[in-house]
Design a binder for this molecule. Sequence first.
Ligand code: GA4
Length: 303
Amino acid sequence: SRQVVNEQLSSIIKNYKSPFPCNNYIPQIDISKPESKNQLVKACEEFGFFKVVNHGPLDPFGYGNKKIGPNGDVGWVEYILLSTNSDFNYQKFASILGLNPKDIRDAVNDYVLAMKKMACEILEMLAEGLKIHPKNVFSKLLMDEKSDSLFRLNHYPPCPDEFQEYNGRNLIGFGEHTDPQIISLLRSNNTCGLQISLVDGHWISVPPDQNSFFINVGDSLQVMTNGRFKSVKHRVLANSVKSRLSMIYFGGPPLSEKIAPLASLLIKGDEDSLYKEFTWFEYKNSAYKSRLADNRLVLFEKL
Ligand code: GA4
């Protein structure tokens, strides 16, 4: 009968022993780490077999909706994130923006070029203000053809009151965070929502102004100035009636760039440095393992 067959089957399954016992000795290699080269060689010598983790080069680009980053953060937002790199090729662009992206790509390129120019001017004024020579210490990182800069378009649809009430507090459009790069240039329409956090922990609303740019210091500039400039925590609240649009240019260094406090800002030399040196690649890697609200610099602070 069917029942007997079932019982026999389940007893076979229960007693089945795999001829390939699983164990924890399969070498697992994190190829995002520098020491992985030696581990790869060892695994090939010992087993000729290994499992690779953290292989995905960071690729957060494209259209996104509610999800922010890879680690469970959500917001009342949809966005398009693009690399400004020249090797972010036509095909990639087309896969994000449709089959005939030439017009929009040209428009984005023009905009990004203008943003880069303005960011560099501001960074050079800052360097001069800090009496740092040469004045292009910061701006040269954005000018580098390998500069890892980004362009982000955010759309915050109006969020109806019944959702707003949820939780008894305002719904978050984009949760609090600091920007990892050197400098960010933001432009928005006339809808409010952006807030910055003061040192005492209070949030203040930034009145929108569609004819101006808002600039913020990123984590890398905080490190390069040894904490003199502050990477400001900011967030966006959802608006119940109007939709908010913003576009942000994030000016970042090349991946291989070593980020550390500038020697000319350290009076007693290395002793004064608040941060350990790291490459932008290392920083980005750890940033993409963090949650949006995390303090990503603590890992690189000197004890
Ligand atoms: C914040 C600033 C930029 O929008 C961004 C964000 C990035 C993402 O959305 O993919 C991050 C976030 C931002 C910081 C921590 C990581 C990475 C989401 C996230 C949880 C594009 C960036 O460079 O860092």
